[in-house]
Each structure stands twice: as structure tokens, then as C-alpha cells.
Design a binder for this molecule. Structure first.
Ligand code: LLP
Length: 463
């Protein structure tokens, strides 16, 4: 439902959709392992712990709101993707989901590569020691300075997104006396979100070069003529929060079709194919994501089958999961400030963060879960909307959920599955101070991105 309607704005006046959350869960104290990081559990005293640390202690030490990230879970998920795809494929973690220097080190140690899409992400990756040849650079409008920096650093690949960029990268690389490895990003006419995909009319977007009308074939023609670049493959990314593999099937079919046309026209078999990211995670108990090994098996089978039919050698596959690795590994810890029952409607629970630390609900109508974590409660469930402290009625963190009716100011509540696209899309709206990211592992917690301070804000404001 709502996750499939990305462009939709906030629907904050909605009533509950029919059949949705028709009944509260049987026991509000139970934490569904689908949506919580692996080391999260409720202790006998009712307090929720992560990697053995009570959230009450974390709140005391680091304050709220805070993103709490389960490091072992992050590493395990990264490793599961790496293992599932094996030695004949590459996994590029999409840094846009969440990037910090600690994360870069974990990825490097776990054998993953990294996809960056800006000079800032590239700087973070290089400063934390990710080998340049394991980095891919994306984006529809990379600046000349960003391209030059990437080429000088010896970046593994640049994913070309337009006809201008083909020439731009070739020219910059040549002037530096280099030959840059590149892929061309194509739009295959498939856009997939969540449960459905639509296989027409999605060339109408800013990314990539359309296969339609022979445009991608023309891009390949031009790229193969230029000395400054070495074309190593074709790239396709079809959407986000996808559960259904059929969109990938159509995309792979069309990309392999292009590889075949390239072989027929140029006598060249490109050695790589990148199928992008976009694999979905569970935000609520109703979501049913696939495991990395199932995804790897499905994608490898699709590409192998298509290549066999086209009499092509199977190219090396790469994928770019972001959300599927980091999303489930973190939750946002908030303190309740006010509880406001609106007769006949619902109860508004205000927390000390909001749309500045999670814009996804307002921007995409995204759904989240929430739980009382500083204690257990046997009180009746009440229908709540969790809102932030910003001066805007669309400032909603969790649209519809149940919390115990004895919820009170000072209680800690947590929103799971906020590891992806929350800190990375956080803002200073209303001069909010962006929350820290606290990594927890084996009974120890450490800040990997510190909380912003008023001094940070004032430092940028030169008066
Ligand atoms: N590769 C490319 C080329 C991408 O554009 C993206 C995401 C990914 C990989 C990673 O996709 P993932 O596996 O994380 O879904 N802010 C939105 C998501 C935007 C995704 C943009 N591109 C959200 O919060 O849902």
C-alpha cells in the first residue's frame, strides 16, 4: 500500500484504511523479530535491551532521540549478502541508505564494495580506507570536480547516466592520462515498488538512458569509440522496497537483450551486468521480505537463463542493496513528551524528534511500527499516531499503531527499521539538532555519528 506510492504526500487526515490494523496485536509487549534488529529483546524487568544493554541506560548516556544500531546485525546482513552471491558476483552497499566511517570499515572488513552517489559520500568512503577500486560512483549530474576526484583516486567504476556524461568522463580521464572503467545506466521501462511492477512508460524520469528508441544502443556506440573510458557493463536499477522478483526478471531480460545487440553489432561481449538495489524490508509485521540467498538464487537464475537463450557468456553480476542491509539493524529511541487523546479519533503521542529524523512518513506515506520500550505494560491497547515536535501538522512519525493506554510522558518508545534513509535524509528543520547514531555490540555502546550541537548550527551561520 502506501510504500508503493512514493510520490504521495502526507495523508495526515486519513482514517484507518479498511482492514488495516483492524485489531491490535494480542500482546503489545511482544517484539516481532521481523521488524526489530536481531539483538533486541525485552528483559524480565520489562525493559527492552539491545546487545544486552537496556534502552533506559542508552537514553541516559546518549540522550534522545537517538538512532541505535546493532553492529553485529549489520555485519551479519552484509555477510549474508556477500555469501549468497559468492565469488562470481559483487555486492555494492548503497551508501545513500546510511553512510559513516564506521560503516565503511565494517563493509571493507566483510568483503563488500560500496556505491556512492556524491562527492561527500566518496570523501567519507576514501577517508575510512575503502580501497578506491571497490567503489562505484552513481548520480545523474556528477560535477566535473567530483568526476576528476574519482578518476584520480582510481575508483572502480563510474556509472554513466547521460550522453553528456559519457563525453565528460572520457575527456577528464584522458586528460589525466587514465582509462576509466564505466557502466552505462539504462532505463528498461520497468518501475517496481513493493508488491507490483509496471512495465510501461517509466522512461519518464531523470535517471539513465532509455533502451527505447535505440538510445541506449547509441550511448554504447559512442562509449566504445572513446579512449578515456572502458565500457565494462550495463546497469539497471528499477525501484525501491521491492518484494516481488518479477520486475527484475523483465529488467534482466531487457538488459541481456541489449548485451546481445552489442555483441551482434560490435562483436563485443560486455563482462558485467549490475541489477541495482531496491530489495524490500519489513517495516510492519505485514511485510514479508525475502532472504539474501533466495534473492541471489533468483537473480542468478534469471540472468543465466536469459544469457543462455541469447547465446551469451553469463556476465559477472553485481547488486546494490542499501535498505536491505542497514534498514532492519537500527531503531530510533524517543522520549514521550505529551499524550493527547482526541475523543472518537485517536491519541496523539508527541516525541522529542519527528520529521527532522524521519522524513519518510511525511514524504512517502511510509508505514512504521512502534513499541513502548522502557517498561512492559498490561494496559489496554490504544490507537495512536506518533508525531514529532515540529511546527507542521504533517510531522508524523508513525501514522497508525497501538500503544498501551497507560503511556505517559517520560516513557521511552522506539520505532524499528529506521536504519535506512532516516539519518541519511535527516534535516535541521526548525533548527533541530540531528540525533546521534549509537552502535551497540556485545554489551558495549559507542557513538559513530555524534549528536549535532547548537554550536554546530551557529558555526555555519556566519552572521
Ligand atoms: N542503486 C541505485 C542506483 C539506487 O538509486 C539506489 C537507491 C540503490 C542502489 C539502493 O536502493 P535500496 O536497496 O536501498 O532500496 N529515500 C527513499 C529511497 C531512495 C532510493 C534511491 N536509490 C526511501 O526512503 O525509501
Amino acid at each position: 500500500m502506501s510504500r508503493s506510492a512514493h510520490p504521495a504526500g502526507p495523508r495526515h487526515a486519513d482514517v484507518l484504511p479498511e482492514g488495516h490494523y483492524a485489531a491490535p496485536p494480542a500482546d503489545l509487549n511482544v517484539l516481532d523479530p521481523k521488524v526489530w534488529a536481531r539483538s533486541v529483546a525485552r528483559g524480565e524487568d520489562g525493559v527492552v535491551t539491545v546487545a544486552g544493554l537496556p534502552v533506559t541506560r542508552l537514553a541516559e548516556e546518549f540522550g534522545t532521540p537517538a538512532y541505535i544500531l546493532d553492529e553485529a546485525d549489520f555485519r551479519a546482513r552484509a555477510r549474508a549478502w556477500r555469501t549468497a552471491f559468492g565469488a562470481d558476483a559483487d555486492v555494492f552497499y548503497a551508501g545513500k541508505a546510511f553512510l559513516s566511517r564506521a560503516v565503511v570499515r565494517w563493509l571493507a572488513e566483510e568483503g563488500l564494495n560500496l556505491d556512492v552517489c556524491s562527492g561527500g559520500e566518496l570523501a567519507t568512503a576514501l577517508s575510512a580506507g575503502m580501497p578506491a577500486d571497490r567503489i562505484a560512483f552513481h548520480g545523474n549530474n556528477k560535477s566535473a570536480a567530483e568526476i576528476e576526484r574519482a578518476v584520480r583516486a582510481g575508483i572502480g567504476r563510474i556509472v554513466l547516466d547521460s550522453f553528456q556524461e559519457i563525453v565528460r568522463v572520457a575527456h577528464i580521464a584522458q586528460s589525466l592520462g587514465k582509462r576509466q572503467r564505466v557502466q552505462i545506466r539504462v532505463t528498461v521501462g520497468v518501475e517496481a515498488h513493493t508488491h507490483e511492477f509496471i512495465a510501461t512508460a517509466h522512461e519518464d524520469q531523470k535517471f539513465g538512458i532509455p533502451l527505447a528508441g535505440g538510445q541506449a544502443a547509441e550511448a554504447v556506440r559512442r562509449a566504445l569509440r572513446l579512449d578515456g573510458i572502458e565500457l565494462i557493463g550495463i546497469h539497471s536499477h528499477i525501484g525501491s522496497q521491492i518484494f516481488d522478483m518479477s520486475g527484475f526478471e523483465v529488467a534482466a531480460h531487457r538488459v541481456v537483450g541489449l548485451l546481445k545487440d552489442i555483441r551482434d553489432e560490435h562483436g563485443v561481449e560486455l563482462p558485467e551486468i549490475d541489477l541495482g538495489g531496491g530489495l524490500g524490508i519489513a517495516y510492519t509485521s505485514g511485510d514479508d521480505p525475502r532472504e539474501p540467498h533466495e534473492i541471489a538464487k533468483a537473480l542468478t537464475e534469471i540472468v543465466t537463463r536469459e544469457c543462455r537463450a541469447a547465446r551469451l557468456r553469463t556476465p559477472r553480476i553485481s547488486v546494490e542493496p542499501g535498505r536491505a542491509i542497514v534498514g532492519p539493524t537500527a531503531f530510533t529511541l524517543y522520549e514521550v513528551g505529551t499524550v493527547k487523546p482526541l475523543d472518537g479519533l485517536r491519541t496523539y503521542v508527541s516525541v522529542d524528534g519527528g520529521m527532522s529524523d524521519n522524513i519518510r512518513t511525511a514524504l512517502y506515506d511510509a508505514e512504521y511500527s512502534v513499541a513502548l520500550v522502557s517498561r512492559a505494560s498490561d494496559a489496554e491497547p490504544m490507537l495512536v499516531r506518533v508525531v514529532g515536535k515540529h511546527c507542521e501538522s504533517g510531522d508524523i512519525v508513525v501514522k497508525d499503531a497501538f500503544l498501551p493506554a497507560d503511556l505517559a510522558p517520560g516513557d521511552l518508545i522506539a520505532v524499528p527499521a529506521t536504519g535506512a534513509y532516516c539519518r541519511s535524509m535527516a534535516s535541521n528543520y526548525n533548527h533541530a539538532l540531528r540525533p546521534p547514531v549509537v552502535a551497540v555490540e556485545n554489551g558495549e555502546a559507542r557513538v559513530i555519528v555524534r549528536r549535532e550541537t547548537e554550536e554546530d548550527l551557529l558555526r555555519l551561520d556566519v552572521g
